[in-house]
Design a protein around this ligand. Structure first.
Ligand SMILES: NC(=O)c1ccc[n+]([C@@H]2O[C@H](COP(=O)([O-])OP(=O)(O)OC[C@H]3O[C@@H](n4cnc5c(N)ncnc54)[C@H](O)[C@@H]3O)[C@@H](O)[C@H]2O)c1
Length: 329
C-alpha cells in the first residue's frame, strides 16, 4: 500500500484526495494545511491524520507527497520532500521563477526521487487521444496547431496580483499542451496581449486577453488564444492541422440536449470551469502517478517539462514587453 501525505487541502488538494481514494493500493494517511479547519475537514473525509507538512515529510512510513499548496510554497516543500527521499506529485506551476525551478530540478536529480508535474490536461481523454493519433501519423506531419483556452470569468484581483501574470499562471497549461501535441520544442515565441476584460487587471500590470504564436525549428506553427472571460463557459478546444488531415477536440457541454426552434439550434453552455471539465483528467493523472510509482516506470510530465513550459511563459512575457518575437535557446 502506497502511503501518501497530502500537503494543501484547498480546491486542488481535495480533487487529488478523491483521485487517490479511487485507486486501489494507495491511501492518504496524513494531510496538512496552514488552516487547521481545512485539514480537519479533509481528514474527516479521508480517515487521514492531521499533521504539519514538516511532520509528513519527516515520517519514514510515508512514501510520497502530493503538493497542492500555493505556488510560492512549492520550492521549499520540493526541496524538503526530495531531501527526505519522498516521491513528489507537484501542482503546476512548479514555481514562478525558472531559476528557482532549475534549483528544484537539481534537488530532485540529486535525491533521485520520482517527480511528476501536474499538467492535468495531458490526461484529458480527448487531448490524450489526439496526441496518440498524432504520434501514430494519422494526419501526417503537423503544420498548424490552434489551442483555445478561455476562463469563464477572471479571478479576484488579489489572486491576479500574486499569480505571476497570465502567461505563467494560466497559459502555462497551454505551453505544456503545445509541447505535448507538437512533439517538438518551440524555438520562437511572439506574444501580444491587452486588458480588455477588466482595466484593473491592466493597472495591476497584467493582461487578461492574449495571443501567442510559437514556432518550431521546422517552421511548424502553434497559436494559443487565452482570455479571462468566456460568456458561454470554460472554453477548452484544440485543433491540429497536418499534411493529410485535421484532428480536433471540441468543448464538453453541460449536457447534450439540443433544442431546435424557428430561431435556430440551441445547445447547453460549456462545462463551467476546471473542476468539472477536467475531472476525468485529474483522476487519470493521479492513476498515472501511482502506477508509475508502484512499477518504477517513467512519470510524465516530468520536472523538466515543468521547467520548459515556464521558459516559454518567460519568453512570452518578454515578447509582450518588447513587442517583438523572442528566440528560445
Ligand atoms: N492543475 C490545475 O488545474 C490546478 C487548478 C487549481 C490550482 N492549481 C495549483 O494548485 C496549487 C493550489 O491551488 P488551489 O487553487 O488549490 O489553492 P487553494 O487556496 O484553494 O488551496 C491551497 C491550500 O494550501 C494551504 N496552505 C498554504 N500554505 C501552506 C503550507 N505551507 N503548508 C500546507 N498548506 C498550506 C492553504 O491554507 C489552502 O487551504 C497552486 O499551485 C495552483 O496553481 C492547479
Amino acid at each position: 500500500m502506497i502511503q501518501i501525505g497530502l500537503l494543501g487541502c484547498g480546491r486542488i488538494g481535495q480533487v487529488h484526495a478523491r483521485g487517490i481514494a479511487a485507486q486501489e493500493g494507495a491511501r492518504v494517511v496524513a494531510v496538512a494545511d496552514a488552516m487547521p479547519a481545512a485539514a480537519q475537514a479533509l481528514a474527516a473525509k479521508t480517515s487521514a491524520e492531521v499533521k504539519t507538512a514538516e511532520e509528513i515529510i519527516a515520517d519514514p512510513a510515508i512514501d510520497a507527497v502530493v503538493i497542492g499548496t500555493p505556488t510560492d510554497t512549492h520550492y521549499d516543500l520540493i526541496h524538503a520532500a526530495a531531501g527526505a527521499g519522498k516521491a513528489v506529485f507537484c501542482e503546476k506551476p512548479v514555481d514562478l521563477s525558472s531559476d528557482r525551478i532549475r534549483d528544484c530540478v537539481a534537488a530532485v536529480k540529486a535525491a533521485n526521487v520520482p517527480f511528476m508535474t501536474a499538467f492535468n490536461r495531458r490526461f484529458d481523454p480527448n487531448f490524450a487521444e489526439i496526441e496518440r493519433r498524432l504520434r501514430e501519423g494519422e494526419i501526417g506531419e503537423i503544420e498548424l496547431i490552434t489551442i483555445l483556452s478561455r476562463d469563464p470569468a477572471p479571478p479576484p484581483l488579489s489572486y491576479i496580483e500574486r499569480s505571476g501574470g497570465l502567461f505563467r499562471d494560466m497559459m502555462i497549461h497551454d505551453f505544456d499542451m503545445a509541447r505535448f501535441l507538437l512533439g517538438a520544442e518551440p524555438v520562437r515565441v511572439f506574444a501580444t496581449g491587452a486588458a480588455l476584460v477588466d482595466p484593473a487587471i491592466g493597472a495591476a500590470g497584467d493582461v487578461d486577453t492574449a495571443a501567442v504564436v510559437l514556432t518550431t525549428a521546422k517552421g511548424q506553427i502553434c497559436q494559443i488564444s487565452n482570455s479571462r472571460r468566456a460568456a458561454y463557459g470554460y472554453d477548452q478546444r484544440v485543433e491540429i492541422h497536418g499534411v493529410t488531415g485535421m484532428l480536433r477536440a471540441e468543448n464538453i457541454l453541460e449536457n447534450t440536449v439540443e433544442a431546435a426552434t424557428s430561431s435556430g439550434f440551441a445547445r447547453a453552455p460549456a462545462q463551467h470551469f476546471f473542476l468539472e471539465r477536467y475531472e476525468a483528467a485529474y483522476a487519470a493523472e493521479m492513476a498515472h502517478f501511482l502506477s508509475a510509482l508502484r512499477d518504477g516506470t517513467e512519470m510524465r510530465p516530468s520536472i523538466e517539462d515543468g521547467l520548459k513550459a515556464q521558459l516559454l511563459a518567460d519568453a512570452a512575457a518578454q515578447s509582450l514587453s518588447l513587442g517583438q518575437p523572442v528566440e528560445i535557446d
